[in-house]
Design a protein around this ligand. Sequence first.
Ligand SMILES: O=P(O)(O)O[C@@H]1C[C@H](O)[C@@H](CO)O1
Length: 329
Amino acid sequence: MNRNIKMCNRDCCELKTALQIRRMKLLIEKRLQEEANAKPKDIIETPQGELYSFDDVQKMANFIINRTEKKPKFGLILSSHVNMLADLVESPVVLQYTDIPKFPVSQLRGNNSKLFVGQIMGGTVIAAQGRMHFYEGNPVGSCTLPVRMFKLCGVEYLIIICSAGAVSAEHNVGDVVAIKDHINIMSWCGSCPLVGLNDARFGQRNPSIIDAYDEMLLAKTTEISREIGQDNRVKTGVYVCVGGPAYETAAEQRFFRKIGADVIGMSMVPEVIIAKHCGLKVLGLTLVTLPAHDVAVPAHNEYATLLMQGKKTCIELVSRIIYKIQNNL
Ligand SMILES: O=P(O)(O)O[C@@H]1C[C@H](O)[C@@H](CO)O1
């Protein structure tokens, strides 16, 4: 008799032949294995910075360049509030995100995210419409992917447009705030798009982002705001980035005001970090869509007018900035 085969109990084993016992043991082992296979496996999350390899992003960029036969110098990421800025793109080649190999498609947005490649004021641009947000359940590494893709397409200047609520009473609905610095609560909570192994082909392991917002682009924005008579509407300020989707509480807003924030929003900053990491010159423009908690929301008609004026100013700024840079003015 095979002494390695253990008996379970008298009824089970003593009355059976060695062959029957062996078969039964194999059957039990098979069942246990099936049960183990059916259990959910531990998921080891891929760190955000490693979600898309350099080679993957390079393939995406090559796809865009081949399809459009253009090498954009300016990248634009649009807030849904200024989607119409894409209409400025002359003779655009329009690509759906879903066309791009391996590009993650947000379940929520499906086919609504697009790239427009063409000319604005003589400069070649690539504009992303339909930003993916972290609060929609997208990994922050996916939200920022367009930035790396732009970089590998040849982009040098990145203009990011977002919307935000005012934190300080000095910023009003319809204002356009050129961002000079940020406070990144999302990173404090561990949601930084650079977490994970660093691929030096994108940038340094520990990039300095102290000067993430390009001085020259900020100066041009202020200069143009004067030229177009909008310097009362165009301001500079500090953006605090939260994960959302819930808006901040009154206590949080008091806290953000105390620590030096001017506007609060749920996008832009992860994109800025990735852009600075890979050496892009960044301009962040924020359209204020809500007043600070202690300021009354303008009445319906006035609100709509202010917002429309803010959108127009934003679009005017972007096209003139591209014109000036393109022509070394
Ligand atoms: O893409 P943006 O910044 O316009 O996103 C909007 C503004 C808030 O951050 C968020 C909620 O309204 O969506």
